[in-house]
Design a protein around this ligand. Structure first.
Ligand SMILES: C[S@@+](CC[C@H](N)C(=O)[O-])C[C@H]1O[C@@H](n2cnc3c(N)ncnc32)[C@H](O)[C@@H]1O
Length: 285
């Protein structure tokens, strides 16, 4: 049967840029650096400076906020709830898996991305000498409803049945329309319901109230949509809307984390005014 899963591989190059952000902020490993990522990082620098002036925050700051808050929430799941498996979907060139394995040697980390990006990541990590039992890189496609690259197949093959897992998607959901990403959330909620104690962490980006900043973000959104051949979408205009929607997708408990709550706790940059990013934590059981 022909594969009818839509192709979202146009998004993959954005992982080179975020990879460079992690490099420039001493969060990564040189083996995950790429020349194209570095070039994109330099090209974005003037926009970042301007957006800091206009909107009170820039893309790099939001990326660092989301990355470090997700790290903190994973640490809580490992230390307080004893979760032993972390699945990072759309991992790109994120160094999180390496850092997690250093900090928690007992943890099994499964990184997953579209096949081409997963192969690239696996090749880079192979030179880092990772333990292939406890740190794996697998192909997945969140749009695949069945088959070897589906979420169902990934969790069944990589994580012990019935055991809780932490699933992450970072920098992914805004590349899809709400109906499309909701299909993934529904499948994920159903699978995590079979693993009580599981948590799903993701970042969600929203529009600023300031009209000038708003039109700047809308321009960036359209530009990014064109470059990635995707329907970049901002899904929620309030924390409550996000919480309700994830509940409707089948998650039992949902929390929205505002970076402001973490300014005194984590070494994250501060936004002027209300930050545009939220970390959503959706739990089962
Ligand atoms: C903005 S990058 C984020 C990478 C990484 N999470 C980070 O924050 O550095 C988006 C990632 O989503 C991946 N991606 C795009 N479509 C996907 C899909 N259908 N299933 C799984 N991953 C996908 C891309 O390959 C890319 O690595």
């Amino acid at each position: 049967m022909p594969d009818t899963t839509p192709d979202s591989s146009g998004i993959s190059f954005t992982a080179l840029y975020t990879g460079a952000v992690w490099q420039h902020n001493q969060l990564s490993d040189p083996r995950l650096a790429t020349p194209r990522g570095e070039l994109l990082y330099r090209l974005m620098a003037p926009f970042d400076g301007a957006s800091r002036l206009v909107a009170g925050g820039n893309l790099r700051n939001y990326l660092l906020q989301r990355h470090l808050i997700i790290d903190a929430l994973i640490a809580r799941a490992v230390e307080e709830a004893g979760v032993t498996h972390v699945v990072e979907i759309a991992c790109g060139l994120s160094p999180r898996g390496l850092r997690l394995r250093q900090r928690y040697p007992q943890l099994t980390v499964i990184e997953a991305d579209l096949p081409a990006m997963a192969a690239r990541k696996a090749a880079a990590l192979a030179t880092a000498g990772i333990d292939p039992q406890q740190h794996r890189v697998c192909p997945v496609d969140i749009l695949a409803q069945e088959g070897e690259h589906s979420l169902d197949a990934l969790l069944a093959a990589q994580c012990p049945a019935g055991e809780p897992v932490v699933v992450i998607t970072e920098g992914l959901i805004n590349y899809f329309t709400l109906p499309v990403i909701s299909g993934f959330w529904q499948r994920l909620a159903a699978l995590l319901a079979q693993r009580p104690g599981s948590r799903y962490l993701f970042d969600s980006f929203s529009l600023p109230a300031n009209p000038l900043a708003r039109s700047g973000i809308l321009t960036l959104k359209n530009l990014l949509g064109g470059l990635t051949r995707s329907r970049v979408s901002l899904h929620f205009d309030s924390d409550l809307a996000a919480i309700r929607h994830l509940g409707d997708c089948g998650f039992g408990q949902v929390f929205s984390h505002n970076p402001e709550q973490y300014y005194r706790v984590l070494p994250i940059p501060q936004s002027r005014g209300n930050p545009l990013v939220r970390i959503i934590e959706a739990r089962q059981g």
